[in-house]
Write a protein that binds this ligand. Structure first.
Ligand code: OOG
Ligand code: NI
Length: 466
């Protein structure tokens, strides 16, 4: 007899927990960050009973400080498409396309994440996944050598591949297989302090771009950061130094606001770690590599294309006034400019909604639940004004390319910023991935539309149908 399959959401939750444990053991500073985040979250909740109440209704308070995302960088199309299959077993699907070439990082990316409110609330863990773009590296010889090195490595264990195939064939995994699957997949994300290449090769890759060295030199795509959710990102940023961890210069994303929008994130700077490089004669040479860090995030409402265009425009405008320096020397000026420029973005939910800037989820109020209307003659606006329908912001569950670039850069070394020609290539990415990515705007719009229709269905339902 076969045992029943366990839900993909549970496999994802187990994987996220295992990843957290692995990373805390590998990067002790990350454990320190997690402690600080817990402390600040506890203090914030203690000082804000209304927030506590709201979160009690919508979230699981005891899991508030758990990881929300992590990131990896892959080397080849084959790795990317296999990774897609592995994540699918955990209920994680590619959402969004991010071109980072414009920001001087030779990758393009997607986020593997649970889709839909139910799956997100069971466990929200996502992995921002980048594919190296050797086509952006000018040195053709080096490009070929890098390709050859990457072509030889195997980042998945045989057992991980076999269990993924089994899950695909049988539509899921039972408890015992799921446990093995998590343990085997974790191997792919582990750190290797012995490089795949000689020190000389590492240097050449590094000279082409630090990111090329990070991807090509190792046996696998080590998880490069994990990111818990904080309820007060500015407080954690300010207190990192007290705990012996160095924050990046500024918080990425929008400024602090009454009505949070999109995503704010910051990190502590990547650590320099000892790595051994094998020489052709079989001896080991010691060097170092900087790749792994810890990050925190705070999320706000998802913006419509119109809201997003306004956000992008305001961000560009404030960056035209002050560009944040890597050493933090103008952090205050940057924050002031950002706050000033963002005054143009409405900061109350009514205006954000009225201007079509954000996505909202609509639901019936207490009063709405007891009323029946003859037919759908009344407009949504009237129903809201009459107090039959309420609206709440839909949380942004994706990423921001400019912010991601800021995170990449502060962790690749701020000195060497390289220029690439903007060359988004979503079709190539999707061909390599072996699937199309979900368009995040369409997804939010569908959630919003679905919630409106559900309200109207109940309001106009015939009494007899009840
Ligand atoms: C990914 C950086 C992007 C974020 O939070 O925007 C990211 C990376 O450094 O590989 O994780
Ligand atoms: Ni991140």
């Amino acid at each position: 007899m076969t045992s029943p399959h366990i839900p993909a959401d549970e496999i994802r939750a187990a994987f996220s927990a295992a990843m957290s444990e692995l990373y805390r053991a590998e990067v002790p500073a990350y454990g320190t960050l997690i402690e600080l985040v817990r402390q600040v979250n506890d203090e914030t909740l203690a000082g804000d009973p209304a927030l506590r109440e709201r979160l009690e209704d919508t979230d699981t308070l005891d899991r508030i400080s758990e990881e929300r995302h992590g990131a990896i960088r892959l080397g080849t199309p084959a790795e990317l498409s296999m990774m897609r299959r592995v994540f699918a077993v955990m209920g994680m699907y590619p959402v969004g396309y991010y071109d980072l070439s414009t920001a001087g990082v030779p990758v393009h990316s997607t986020a593997f994440r649970p889709v839909g409110e139910k799956a997100l609330s069971k466990n929200p863990f996502r992995v921002f996944t980048s594919l190296l773009r050797l086509d952006l590296i000018a040195d053709e010889t080096l490009r070929r050598e890098a390709e050859e090195i990457l072509g030889k490595r195997r980042i998945f264990t045989n057992e991980a591949i076999a269990l993924t195939q089994k899950a695909e064939q049988e539509g899921g995994l039972d408890k015992a297989d799921a446990g093995r699957f998590v343990a085997e997949v974790l191997e792919t994300f582990r750190w290797h302090d012995k490089a795949n290449v000689s020190l000389e090769m590492y240097r050449r890759l590094h000279d082409a771009h630090r990111l090329v060295a990070d991807v090509v030199s190792f046996k696998g795509p080590h998880i490069n950061h994990l990111t818990p959710r904080t309820l007060d990102i500015d407080a954690v940023q300010a207190r990192m130094p007290e705990h012996g961890i160095a924050p990046k210069a500024v918080v990425e994303g929008p400024p602090s606001r009454k009505c949070p929008i999109l995503l704010r994130q910051t990190s502590f700077k990547a650590l320099q770690e000892a790595v051994s490089f094998a020489d052709a004669d079989g001896s080991w040479k010691t060097g170092s590599h900087t790749a792994r860090f810890g990050e925190i995030e705070q999320r706000g409402i998802g913006l419509t294309p119109k809201g997003r265009a306004l956000y992008d425009d305001l961000l560009n405008r404030s960056r035209a006034v002050v560009r944040p320096a890597a050493d933090g020397s103008n952090a205050h000026e940057y924050e002031a400019a950002l706050a000033e420029v963002f005054q143009a973005f409405p900061d109350n939910w009514d205006d954000i909604r009225a201007n079509g800037l954000g996505y909202f989820i609509y639901s019936l109020t207490e009063k709405g639940r007891t009323r029946r209307l003859p037919d759908a003659a009344l407009s949504l606006e009237t129903l809201i004004a009459e107090g039959l329908i309420r609206f709440d912001p839909i949380v942004y569950e994706d990423f921001l390319p400019v912010s991601a670039a800021g995170i990449f850069q502060s962790n690749l070394g701020d000195d060497a910023q390289q220029e690439f020609k903007a060359s988004p290539n979503q079709l190539r990415f999707e061909a390599d991935l072996g699937a199309a990515v979900l368009n995040e705007f369409d997804h939010y719009a569908a959630i919003e539309q679905g919630s409106i229709e559900a309200c109207l269905r109940v309001l106009t339902a015939q009494e007899a149908a009840e």
